[in-house]
Design a binder for this molecule. Sequence first.
Ligand SMILES: [Zn+2]
Length: 242
Amino acid sequence: MQLVLPWISPKRLVTGVEKAPASIEVGPHSYPVTIARHRRARRYVLRMTPDGALRITVPRGASVAGGLAFATGQGAWIAREHARRVLRNGAWSDGGLVWFRGQRVRVELAETTIAVGSQALPRPRGASNPPEAFEAALRTVANTELPARCVELAQRHGLTVSRVTIRNQRSRWGSCSSRGAVALNWRLIQMPPEVSDYVILHELMHLKQPNHSRQFWREVAAVCEGWRAAEQWLRAHGRELL
Ligand SMILES: [Zn+2]
């Protein structure tokens, strides 16, 4: 997840020695900071990296001090991202609770299998730690089920898809090219089936309307009665999956 901060004229920023501190303190936690300079960046961007550190992108002509001032002012966002990360990492450890087919189920590692709720999946080879093993097992399910479901829904509505790929996207659930190539996030397998279907139908309707116009939403409503509820589920829980 990233937060894009409003761009402010460099003139207003503190200038001087551009020395980054090692960390920013928010509440009881200390976050290591790295500074990224981007010549083409137009605004400050604050990101939390997968290891829980902060990365501040500083645009050309702006100062590191200005970037740090912005980041420091985003304490609430930093605390929220941190809490989400802790929750997510805990969930994917042995015995944790993860979303699977719309329910929060316990994941447990055994010798040759992985228990995901009441379902036993083959334990993937090569995964070096429990979170990797759980994720790999769920991705295998996604690779098997989602393309078939996408093709089935396309046929049902007289549409042709040229290709379905399953991806590990961090910020979107799916996409659809004008040539009919559909990409789906493997995390659809974590959603309730009707929400996953909605995401697929949403992408398929982009074959008719490559935009989010009123006509597009009419097409969606015609093939997916529960699209509003699905959107609500995504708003309520989507971030728990990413
Ligand atoms: Zn769309």
